[in-house]
Ligand binder design. Structure first.
Ligand SMILES: *Cc1c(COP(=O)(O)O)cnc(C)c1O
Length: 417
């Protein structure tokens, strides 16, 4: 089918949930996606932070091929297979957590975290402690689309059409310690945060805020839950973004990059929280299946073997400095934020951000726009400096060409403070 006929068919047949970009990809290798015309696109988005090792990485391909060769794609959680314990061992080692619950997506991992927090509070009440059922989540948070996850997601547009979503959620102003302290009480069963907000526009929480959340949770036995579905598994140059802060949460969730493109999610927690769950309380048909586990083991081993964490730190640092360099010549840029290869460049104008993202794609460089004004970069971990240089050159040209649209004076004629 041609792109045009696929577009027509999808328009008629699919639920109207996405506005796709008009490109049809047929293959991929390294950091490049290839479209139907044979054009290669530099992928700085990795399918929203998923294809962490790029495309056609030999270690992942081999792990998947070996698993499919056994014939065992699925066992259900009624039986054992080789992958689960091996992967759980790796995940607990890199995270400092004790136990793992496997599932298939980010939102499912976050639902497991929410249920764990409620179960933990129920158990504590049974033991005579005072702890309530309320969740504190942050403004501009994103935790997924199912009813519990969306209830802890700040954007009203995602919640209100589906009301009533899960009750008992209160939102705290981002990085506002006083607001956090004011809203926290023994009614709270968990504080929810993304150490680096992704969909909200690449905003890292402050050290002070994270530390206050840890201290408050310790004072009552509420759980500190770090959603690392976007920031985890190496993205920021450490295995988990909370490791930049030296703060261990009670629960963390991961998904996007963990199995290199095969769907997988996981909720990891410390022993004291895990004790609230007994057989039958929670489960999944597909979660932790042999194919996803094999792919995820290969992802983690490859990050280790190829020393990708230090590579992410190095290339990500270079990328960030180059983006900051652009700020000197372009008044249309408001701020550059992020850690490792999770970067955002905020522009003053949403319209300009939209334009630049589309124009970059016309130039065969894929990024996306989040939170209206933020250009988001979530490239594969194997990105090299040359790819950053290409991107910076393209951004520089496009921002120059768009200065009139941005409604600001061309750089050089304004005085910078
Ligand atoms: C993407 C994302 C989710 C949801 O993951 P899905 O796999 O789309 O359900 C949840 N939290 C964060 C921080 C995310 O980036």
């Amino acid at each position: 089918m041609s792109l045009a006929s696929i577009q027509a068919a999808e328009k008629k047949l699919l639920l109207n949930t996405y506005e796709r970009n008009p490109y049809l990809f047929v293959s991929a290798k390294g950091v490049y996606l290839r479209d139907e015309n044979g054009d290669d696109f530099l992928d700085l988005l990795s399918g929203i932070g998923v294809s962490a090792l790029g495309y056609a990485h030999p270690a992942i391909d081999k792990a998947i091929a070996q698993q499919t060769a056994t014939g065992l794609l699925h066992t259900s959680n009624l039986f054992y297979h080789h992958g689960t314990a091996e992967l759980a061992l790796r995940l607990t080692e890199i995270s400092g957590m004790d136990r793992v619950f496997f599932c298939n997506s980010g939102t499912e991992a976050w639902e497991a975290a929410l249920k764990l927090a409620r179960a933990n509070a129920t158990k504590a009440r049974e033991e005579g402690k005072t702890i309530g059922t309320k969740f504190l989540a942050l403004e501009h948070s994103f935790h997924g689309r199912t009813m519990g996850s969306v209830a802890t997601t700040h954007k009203e547009k995602y919640r209100t059409p589906f009301a009533p979503v899960m009750p008992d959620v209160e939102f705290v102003r981002f990085n506002d310690v006083a607001d956090l302290r004011a809203k926290f009480s023994s009614d709270v069963c968990a504080i929810c945060l993304e150490p680096v907000q992704g969909e909200g526009g690449i905003h890292p929480v402050s050290q002070e805020f994270f530390a206050a959340a840890r201290e408050l949770c310790d004072s009552t036995g509420a759980l500190l839950m770090a959603d690392e579905i976007q920031s985890g598994v190496g993205r920021t140059g450490k295995w988990f973004a909370y490791q930049h802060y030296g703060i261990q949460p009670d629960v963390t969730t991961l998904a996007k990059p963990v199995a290199g493109g095969v769907p997988m999610g996981a909720m990891l927690c410390v022993e004291k929280a895990a004790a609230a769950i007994t057989p039958g309380m929670h489960g999944t048909t597909f979660g932790g299946g042999p194919l996803a586990c094999a792919a995820a083991i290969a992802v983690i081993d490859t990050i280790q073997n190829e020393k990708l964490l230090s590579h992410i730190h190095e290339v990500g640092g270079f990328f960030k400095r180059e983006l900051e360099g652009l700020m000197k010549s372009h008044d249309s840029i408001k701020e550059v934020r992020g850690l490792g290869l999770m970067l955002g460049m905020e522009l003053h104008s949403a319209e300009l951000a939209k334009q630049i993202a589309a124009q970059l794609m016309e130039r065969r460089i894929i990024i996306n726009r989040t939170s209206e004004t933020v250009l988001r970069f979530l490239p594969p971990y194997i990105l090299e400096r040359e790819h950053v240089e290409m991107t910076i050159a393209a951004l520089d040209e496009l921002l120059k060409a768009n200065t009139v649209l941005a409604g600001v004076e061309p750089a050089g004629e304004t005085i910078h403070g």
